[in-house]
Ligand binder design. Structure first.
Ligand SMILES: [Fe+2]
Ligand SMILES: [Fe+2]
Length: 188
């Protein structure tokens, strides 16, 4: 008898959740926007330090260029919050904090030069991939919610993140990584 009551209770709660599912997706969407705006602002502070630590001028230039691109991405997000009528205050993104910290320890643990450059590329690519995953999901959420203008803004940023990722891949496959490998061999 008691068991039946519990089952009924569960069923009732389920119906309530289902009726507000669309509202739930919008809430989740806004929540994740707050997460990524926090992440981008944190990156604006972290990227110049990474550029400064890079020895290869092309790598430093690529990171500096991405600082400018990131500023535009923050503005785009602020525009999105305005369209939604929501505050643009960010919400602490633990994932990005962790990725930035990881990058900082790589820089501390390596000697200046090709090995540190390879570490900077590795840390930056993890960051880019986090952003690519976030913006891909956000753009899909926006389309599902019928927010096409917002979806286009998010897709523009997604394209920039993919571009940054491929520039970093190129850097990784040109001289930088090979120089790092050579240096290790020389030490043996
Ligand atoms: Fe970004
Ligand atoms: Fe990025």
């Amino acid at each position: 008898m008691k068991k039946t009551d519990t089952q009924d209770g569960r069923a009732a709660r389920k119906v309530t959740a289902k009726s507000s599912a669309a509202e739930g997706l919008r809430e989740l969407f806004v929540d994740e926007l707050k997460d990524i705006v926090y992440a981008e602002r944190a990156l604006l502070k972290a990227l110049p330090k990474m550029a400064k630590n890079a020895s290869e001028p092309k790598l430093a230039a690529a990171i500096e260029e991405h600082v400018a691109v990131t500023e535009g991405q923050v503005q785009r997000l602020e525009q999105i919050f305005e369209i939604l009528g929501e505050s643009n205050r960010g919400k602490k993104c633990d994932a990005m904090e962790g990725l930035i910290k990881e990058g900082e320890s790589i820089m501390e643990e390596t000697e200046e030069g090709p090995v540190r450059d390879a570490g900077i590329i590795s840390a930056s690519q993890k960051i880019e991939h986090y952003e690519i995953a976030s913006y891909g999901t956000l753009a899909a959420f926006a389309r599902t919610l019928g927010e096409d203008e917002i979806a286009s803004l998010l897709e523009a940023t997604l394209a920039e993140e993919k571009e940054a990722d491929s520039i970093l891949t190129e850097s990784a496959y040109n001289s930088i990584n090979f120089e790092a490998a050579d240096e290790d061999q020389d030490q043996e």
